[in-house]
Design a protein around this ligand. Structure first.
Ligand code: EPU
Length: 429
């Protein structure tokens, strides 16, 4: 059993460059289905979720050449299957991102119904309602969603009940091939959606307004392959900035490879907590300094440009050491506080009431064996270990591998005392 072992208390210093954004790369890979031929993606993170998406595309008949660790040449000309099978969707819900592109190119898709996950029920009803409005007929049986647009996709107005990232993306990817104009109102505005729209426009799509609540898509007859660079991972960047705020040495921790504008609300909240954050003179990154005194600050997660749910656990590692009481409210996922109970095992004082976490700041953490509940929670436990007294062993680190490339190596590059090691699996004793 692989674990991440963290020896707390070693100051971090230096510069870390983040990888391309997981949540962009996965959708860009799905979008290659729309353009027969070879699309080359650069700055692709080498993480297990990307490997799963690669398998999904290969099952459909795509050929993927790994040009180098971060460059994939994806040839979708031979795609002759429209199915995302259960074993892959069960591994990674983002596999459902192929639905929009498959409908756009082939007019059909067969997608295993995603069940709930450790973040909550995570329905896809908004994807389906939106696609129905475009003319897709759905039939669900034997655990699969059969989507049929053989009568053609027709542009229309769709108002999303909630600014869902996945629904916005699936709708955009279907609408690029619909007849006429689609207007998506209450669209999600995440930077990864802007990245997707940019690539689709490079491919010949006519998308306007990505990054605003109203996205307009003028359907086109064909899209052509391109070369596109994946946007930098704002969440990975935020994770390292929190590491700096917790335990940086005098020079701070500098993070590059992303756009600081994508972290506006995170920076604002960290500064309100007393963290000094400087922008590099050329704007290419940020330096976070250690916060000697952390001020309590209330945070609520919201769609972009609000505070990202994907930074909630990392922010909690700071709040739980604040001098006073904070409340963190999780508005996006119903089950994203599992991390808090693990942090309590390290000495935090946190009470969960529904979607609120009531946090009473403590003076420090004590190293403990803990279990990653999910991707961001796992990374946050490693962060807590960096400042904890003694050793923290974080297990179930496959969650972390889903979204953080070389997390341990990058932390070691900042002088952290962290290692990935193998211990006997207690279940096998
Ligand atoms: N929802 C519905 N019905 C739908 C769609 C969404 O009820 O049809 C609900 C979900 O259950 C959830 C909320 O709406 O409670 C938000 O879901 P959204 O569709 O916005 O999220 P997503 O597309 O499933 C992506 C990221 C998540 C990130 C969220 C929010 C990917 C692969 N995943 O998920 O990333 O937290 O947007 O920003 O892009 C992560 O990276 O750790 C992660 C979980």
């Amino acid at each position: 059993m692989d674990i991440i072992r963290v020896e707390g208390g070693h100051p971090l210093e230096g510069t870390v460059r983040v990888s391309g954004a997981k949540n962009s790369a996965l959708k860009l890979m799905a979008a290659t289905l729309l353009a027969p031929g070879t699309t080359t993606l650069t700055n692709v993170p080498d993480i297990s979720d990307v490997h799963v998406m690669g398998k999904v595309l290969k099952r459909m008949g795509a050929r993927i050449e790994v040009v180098d660790k971060h460059t994939l040449a994806i040839d979708t000309s031979g795609v002759d299957s429209w199915e995302a099978p259960y074993e892959l969707v069960a591994k990674m819900r983002a596999s459902t991102a192929v639905m929009g592109p498959l409908l756009g190119r082939f007019g059909k898709a067969k997608i295993a119904m995603p069940g709930g996950c450790n973040l909550g029920a995570r329905k896809i009803d908004m994807h389906i309602l939106g696609l129905e409005a475009l003319g897709v007929e759905f039939d669900t049986s034997h655990g699969y969603i059969h989507a049929d647009a053989s009568k053609g996709l027709t542009g229309t107005n769709v108002t999303l009940e909630f600014a869902s990232v996945g629904a916005t993306e699936n709708l955009i990817m279907a609408a690029v091939r619909a007849a006429g104009t689609t207007v998506i109102d209450n669209a999600a505005r995440e930077p990864e959606i802007v990245d997707l729209a940019c690539m689709l426009n490079e491919m010949g799509a006519q998308i306007q307004g990505a990054g605003t609540p109203v996205v307009t898509v003028e359907g086109v007859n064909e899209l052509h392959p391109v070369t596109h660079r994946v946007v930098g991972d704002r969440i990975e960047a935020g994770t390292f900035l929190v590491a700096g705020a917790l335990v940086a040495g005098p020079a701070g921790v500098t993070v590059t490879g992303f756009s600081p504008q994508h972290l506006g609300m995170v920076i604002r909240k960290m500064e309100a907590m007393g963290v000094r954050i400087e922008t590099l003179p050329d704007g290419s990154g940020l330096t976070a300094h250690r916060a000697e005194h952390i001020a309590p600050v209330d945070i609520q997660t919201l769609p972009f440009p609000g505070f990202p749910t994907d930074m909630q656990a990392q922010a909690m590692t700071l709040s739980a050491l604040a001098e006073g009481n904070s409340i963190i409210t999780e508005n996006i996922f119903e089950n994203r506080f599992m991390f808090a109970s693990e942090l309590v095992r390290m000495g935090a004082d946190i009470h969960i009431e529904g979607h609120h976490a009531m946090i009473h700041g403590v003076r420090g953490y004590s190293g403990a064996p803990v279990t990653s509940p999910d991707l961001r929670g796992g990374a946050a436990l490693v962060l807590a270990g960096l400042i904890a007294e003694g050793t923290t062993d974080v297990s179930a680190i496959h969650h972390i591998d889903r979204g953080y490339e070389n997390f341990v190596e990058k932390l070691v590059g900042l002088d952290a005392c962290v290692e990935r090691t193998t211990v006997p699996d207690p279940d096998l004793d």
